[in-house]
Design a binder for this molecule. Sequence first.
Ligand SMILES: Cc1cc2nc3c(=O)[nH]c(=O)nc-3n(C[C@H](O)[C@H](O)[C@H](O)COP(=O)(O)OP(=O)(O)OC[C@H]3O[C@@H](n4cnc5c(N)ncnc54)[C@H](O)[C@@H]3O)c2cc1C
Length: 342
Amino acid sequence: METILVLAHVEADGLLAKPALEALAAAKSLGGTLVLGLIGADVQPAANKIAGCGAAKFVGVAGADFTQARYATDAAAAAAIAKAAGATVIIAPHTSRWGRVLAGVAQRLGGRVDTHVTAVSLVNGAPAVTRWYYRQRMEAVLQRVQRPWLIALDPGCVAPWQGETGTATLEAVAVNLTDAHKRTTVTGVRAPKAEEQTIRPDAKLLFVAGAGWTKKQADGQTHVEEAEKLILDFLKLTGASLGSSKSLVDISGEGQAVLPFMTHLNQIGQTGSTPRHPKGLSTCCHGEEPHTVGWRFINERRAISLDPNCGWARGKADVLYAADAFQVMAKVNELLAAKKSV
Ligand SMILES: Cc1cc2nc3c(=O)[nH]c(=O)nc-3n(C[C@H](O)[C@H](O)[C@H](O)COP(=O)(O)OP(=O)(O)OC[C@H]3O[C@@H](n4cnc5c(N)ncnc54)[C@H](O)[C@@H]3O)c2cc1C
């Protein structure tokens, strides 16, 4: 029987974030002996929140040195927890913090690691993982005989664990740190204000803007300021997440006066991201294959394009509105604003 360890770090509020609870739910679906391994300044409140999860034990590495993300301390803590737990399978959320250290931890433990896993399951009674290859074009299910097997589960793929809170009995794991472990210090965090943040992974809708917003329109003029207002108003009214085609972010990167809020982080596609949202609306995009590959995990896709022969019309969108996005979005914003004011 496998001993399945869920690795999680506590957040600034002392609790676990959604991706950690998703990893816990995935781990529970595999059966076996469940162990929770927590890292952070104080891990007891987080352990109490998930006390009813059915874990055989809770182990933790706690202390001020483990508050912030840092390769040396996170890797040392994870390896120590894995050994204390006697883990054969280790599941962690594929957050940026774990993404940086898991391969190194696998090396230290003589194990193997698979990243960007989108599902775990049992195949012939043994754990298996699902992941995508070639920028989400091919899906594979694979198993490994090597143990420990570290699995980084992509956020947003599994419903997070929910259950009883309580008082968990924590087993403290000691990690001997030297000054060399602490050479890197996090001096601060720079992040846009919440209302300026346009990438919202938990949004129900992904709104994607393409280069058409900056192109000359029927009157022979560009209408970039109008485009900017229509897009930002829509984001404000709906709380949607903002994506972009590559062409549009490339224009912005070249320093032209176009959509200044758009960066390469917004780019969807083969060389961009493949976010997960229940719905997506593409506007002024051509719907070319390298762009639409980023829509793999969008359940319902709609597009607005002037060109009825574009890629979206050729079966890549569930619904295509062959229409002027300036007009459509102005009307949509008007209706949304009216609904809000009721
Ligand atoms: C190796 C490689 C990797 C790539 N990776 C990516 C990637 O990750 N992501 C990505 O997006 N692309 C990627 N591309 C580029 C991709 O192939 C397309 O060139 C790009 O997505 C086109 O962007 P676009 O649709 O915004 O612009 P365009 O092709 O210029 O299309 C603009 C569209 O806007 C429409 N339009 C104009 N005005 C209006 C209006 N008023 N109302 C409605 N519609 C209007 C036009 O009809 C047109 O269809 C990649 C290409 C390569 C070669």
